[in-house]
Design a binder for this molecule. Structure first.
Ligand code: NAD
Ligand code: LMR
Length: 443
């Protein structure tokens, strides 16, 4: 059986040990010849590698693991590249969240001005990663990309690197499916969903299990409880921090008002923005929760290893995040044609949205990439919201490519999270200062 060379770019991510554990759980079906971890922060990479190597020792001691900051070593002959870079790391995430909040506007890593700031930081490093992979990797490679803000990254790569062998994915739909499965007491892998939207901006329209429509049961639960299920920590260690409990709960308010479709949790930032701002502590945002939680647990475990030589394998998250990227890679590797929600160019799948929009919809994943399914027409309310948000994403990509301050200001002004052009300008000017050295220059 062929064994694959797989590289994780952003190998210093807190998610790497969980992804590696998911990979090794499938080592019989998807065997690896070599696992490479690549990061531009060698120090962080080596620390996270301590935990990763322990996972490998436990589940596949025969596997060769290599850590590097050198692109040629990382990508030579690689067949799969899992990308998960956080450009500017969590300290810049903190700025993305706190700067808009100081102006009374949603502060979030992928939504609103913070997401646009993160997008401007990520577009060119992502294009550079694609170039390096194309230079060194196996010509039939696939890049499976988790790097956020995925909607902006997908739109930018469509324009800048249209022939790249990249597939942009997000774990939010699959995490939501997992919660919906828990609501109806089913295995998440049995749920077949219909869905349309952009990344972090979409709706589930139908859920079936063994051909039986179960949407109404989920809808009734969501109108009462959101998608919070009884013991979140059992269902999901990744999305059970206090902020995530609120996020799942907030689905209730969106469902009470618009009960037809089940929203992606991130829609709360657009539809319930003022209430979210009111209930957010500008001094302590999600970035702080992550740094004090997920990130600290990993680095505490590294310190513990340095003191005692023992590694605590419960210091990282496993679950849908790792399982999903591995499932997508296997469908690409073996032409399994599995149906997943991914980002693709619309090309008429949603008939009344722009042809060139990067939509998130169901697709069959083949060895040649995604084959999207036809969604048809969508109702006015959803169409209008999506068109507005898509214009925001398109404008921020054009701002990066054309170095245009005005287009960046248009993007912020058009975001549903921002109340006026005056606010947009104040926030943009502060974000420019905070992102010095990271953003393309805007004139
Ligand atoms: P993290 O900060 O723990 O790790 C990210 C790593 O990327 C760091 O080690 C950093 O040094 C590295 N990096 C930054 N720029 C790089 C570059 N140019 N080249 C190589 N490495 C680079 O971040 P995290 O919280 O683990 O998240 C990782 C990524 O995955 C982020 O983009 C995050 O937004 C994304 N994410 C996506 C989803 C999804 O479903 N789409 C879910 C969770 C996280
Ligand atoms: C993260 O994992 O930090 C994010 O990308 C999603 C979240 O939990 O805020």
């Amino acid at each position: 059986m062929h064994k694959f060379i797989l590289t994780i770019a952003g190998g210093g991510s807190t998610y790497t040990p969980g992804i590696v554990k998911s990979l090794l759980a499938k080592k019989e079906e998807f065997p690896l010849k070599e696992l490479r971890l690549y990061d531009n922060d060698g120090d962080r990479q080596e620390k996270v590698a301590i935990i990763v190597k322990e996972v490998v020792k436990e589940f596949a001691p025969e596997l060769k693991v290599l850590t590097t900051t050198d692109p040629e070593t990382a990508f030579s002959d690689a067949e799969f590249i899992f990308a998960q870079m956080r450009v500017g790391k969590n300290s810049m995430r903190e700025q993305d969240e706190k700067i808009p909040l100081r102006y009374g506007v949603v502060g979030q890593e992928t939504c609103g001005p913070g997401g646009l700031a993160y997008g401007l930081r990520t577009i060119y490093p992502m294009a550079e990663l694609i170039d390096l992979v194309e230079k060194y990797a196996n010509p039939k490679h696939w890049i499976v990309n988790y790097s956020n803000p995925a909607a902006v990254v997908a739109e930018a790569m469509k324009k800048l690197r249209p022939n790249a062998r990249i597939i942009n994915i997000c774990d939010m739909p699959v995490a939501t499916i997992r919660n919906m499965a828990a609501v109806i007491g089913e295995d998440r892998n049995k749920l077949v969903v219909d869905y349309f939207g952009l990344n972090h901006f979409g709706w589930f329209t139908k859920v079936t299990v063994d051909g039986v429509d179960r949407t109404d049961e989920i809808r009734k639960h969501a109108i009462k409880h959101g998608l919070l299920v009884e013991d979140m920590t059992k269902v999901d260690a990744q999305h059970s921090d206090p902020s995530w409990i609120k996020n799942w709960k907030n689905i209730q308010y969106m469902m009470e008002m618009f009960p037809d479709y089940i929203p992606n949790p991130y829609l709360q930032y657009y539809l319930l923005g003022d209430s979210i701002v009111e209930h957010t502590n500008v001094e302590h945002t999600r970035a702080n929760e992550v740094m004090e939680g997920r990130e600290k647990r990993i680095f505490d475990a590294v310190d513990e290893y340095n003191r005692t030589g023992e590694v605590d394998l419960s210091s990282f998250y496993t679950g849908v995040h790792g399982q999903f990227i591995v499932d997508v890679a296997m469908s690409l590797a073996y032409n399994l044609r599995k149906r997943f929600l991914v980002m693709v160019e619309n090309k008429g799948a949603v008939m009344n949205l722009p042809e060139d929009a990067m939509v998130e919809i169901p697709a069959y994943i083949t060895s040649d990439g995604p084959e999207p399914i036809r969604v048809g027409e969508i109702p006015t309310f959803y169409k209008a919201l999506i068109e507005q948000q898509y214009a925001v994403e398109k404008l921020i990509v054009e701002a990066a490519i054309e170095h245009s301050y005005t287009k960046a200001l248009m993007a912020l002004t058009l975001s549903k999270t921002v109340p006026s052009a005056f606010k947009a300008k104040e926030i943009l000017d502060e974000l420019i200062k905070a992102n010095k050295g990271y953003w393309p220059e805007l004139n």
